[in-house]
Design a protein around this ligand. Sequence first.
Ligand SMILES: Cc1cc2nc3c(=O)[nH]c(=O)nc-3n(C[C@H](O)[C@H](O)[C@H](O)COP(=O)(O)O)c2cc1C
Length: 342
Amino acid sequence: MFIGHIPLANRLFVAPMAGVTDRPFRQLCRQLGAGYAVSEMLTSRRDLWHSLKTSRRANHEGEAAPIAVQIAGTEPQMMADAARYNIDRGAQIIDINMGCPAKKVCQRWAGSALMQDEALALQIVEAVVAACEPQRVPVSLKMRTGWCQQQRNAVTLARGAEAAGVRMVTVHGRTREQGYRGEAEYETVAAVKAALSIPVVANGDIDSPQKARAVLAQTGADALMIGRAAQGRPWIFREIAHYLATGEYLAPPLVAEVRRLLLAHLEQHYALYGEQTGVRSARKHIGWYLAGLPGGDALRQRINGVESSVQQSRLVADYLDQLASQFDRLPDLSPSTLEAIA
Ligand SMILES: Cc1cc2nc3c(=O)[nH]c(=O)nc-3n(C[C@H](O)[C@H](O)[C@H](O)COP(=O)(O)O)c2cc1C
């Protein structure tokens, strides 16, 4: 599969998630089978580019190609400038965010709010494509099914974006109004796929190998994008890849492998954020890894009271050593797995 002229390793993507899919997490997902990863969104506001948060997000040191950066904003020229700025810092693909429902973004009329104003949305697409094309950087677009139930305009907008030169469209099967409530629907994703000739990516609530296969079948999408289900479970990509290729479930990872992966993830995390911020922001990742594991809640509470990286990673290592003495492989007690086994 290609985005424009750029080849991808496979058709399983990790979704951009602000505050989650930073460089260490993207690298981990790719190591474990994701063929493609997009950065967390970067603001088009020039006054924020030198803030610590944005400059961390714009740093792609050591990241494997293709480097894809998502930009968010409301002004066509500012978005074009943001695209150029990120291309100068290594971006090989620029993704436009029209999917994020966050209030901060919407109050500024960005993210999925742009779907309400198709003319402005297309002006942004045109300006970004005009900035990227001379540098041979393909532009992609991430959107929802529409603003609200009565206004599901994903097909119209996606058609306009394709005509304006966008090379791939991702659709999260919810409206902006839904936020993350209810269930994702895939009829609109299928309709977008049927209407376009560029690759279309299905996104929303894909949390297991069998769900991945069902969404591919229902939408005819060229690729799948997985967000929340990869939190604390970055090996979901290889599990899905294996199932799609063979029809069989891959065994859960060895506890010893999880120990190695999680400790390496923490090291990379501390290196990016520094000791104080790193220890605090690592807590949510650790919590996701531990969710549903025996004794995981008690450990999470202890970890929340610890402020040093050495102590934090020591607690994690000791816990996983103890778990390894009881289980060879990670006990997988998620509802979808129990359902699949039943
Ligand atoms: C914590 C969090 C942060 C997110 N940040 C972004 C973002 O920066 N850009 C974006 O396009 N979507 C963002 N999303 C939406 C996801 O990319 C994805 O579309 C959504 O979570 C649905 O997929 P899932 O059900 O597989 O999680 C975010 C989602 C979450 C949960």
